[in-house]
Design a protein. Structure first.
Length: 224
């Protein structure tokens, strides 16, 4: 019987099996697909349970229980509880960045006000679509460790680059030191977003908040 991944030699004929370990199917799905699904279950469970109970007081066992998976399966994906927090945070940030980028491109205008408004609206809607995500992105990741603070700073720099690129596309530049100015913008956005998300009963619409942030951001740019 031929075995996947092995070389078979028959007199006058040599061939390689094309089926790799990653291509093997169990229950109709490949190993890669099953691992991706399992990782997603951990990320979604961690996001929810860290938001509900607080990262500092939530154990690894609770994360596994929330995901409906074992510790063995957890250690096949992550090394520590902090690793799954970082991965969950990155997923939230990546989704928000993708939403902002798509919104700015969709505007299709050289009007900086429209571009900023679209970007701020997309960011707020991405976070606001799931209160668990907002809690993790704005609260639970803060002050966890030196490693995570360094990682958060790296993500802020990535946002700064995205903002600067989006503004240059519509013909405006940031005032002063670009890195500090974009840090001011991202800090204002996250601070306002935090307060906005906490006001569950008297929360203004996204459009209103996007207008507020756009007005503040326009004061920090110059038109060449």
């Amino acid at each position: 019987m031929k075995r996947p991944g092995k070389v078979s030699v028959i007199p006058g004929f040599r061939y390689f099996e094309e089926v790799t370990t990653a291509d093997r199917r169990y229950g109709g799905r490949t190993i890669v697909a099953r691992k991706a699904e399992r990782r997603l279950r951990f990320l979604e469970a961690a996001t929810r349970i860290f938001a509900e109970r607080g990262y500092a007081t939530c154990s690894l066992a609770e994360v596994c229980a929330a995901a409906g998976l074992s510790k063995r399966q957890f250690y096949e994906e992550f090394e520590t509880r902090e690793d799954v927090l970082v991965a969950a945070y990155d997923r939230i940030q990546d989704d928000a960045a993708a939403a902002v980028g798509a919104a700015v491109v969709a505007v299709g205008s050289n009007d900086p006000q429209l571009a900023l408004r679209a970007g701020f609206g997309a960011y707020l809607e991405s976070l606001g679509s799931d209160p668990y995500r907002a809690q993790v992105a704005l609260i639970e990741v803060v002050g966890v460790s030196d490693r995570l603070e360094t990682h958060r700073r790296t993500r802020r720099h990535a946002w700064s680059a995205l903002i600067e690129e989006a503004l240059e596309r519509v013909g405006v530049r940031l005032r002063g030191d670009a890195e500090l100015t974009t840090a001011l913008i991202t800090g204002a956005v996250n601070g306002v977003a935090h307060e906005w998300l906490l006001r569950r009963e008297s929360r203004p619409p996204v459009d209103e908040l996007a207008d507020l942030l756009t007005g503040a951001a326009l004061a920090m740019v110059r038109f060449d």
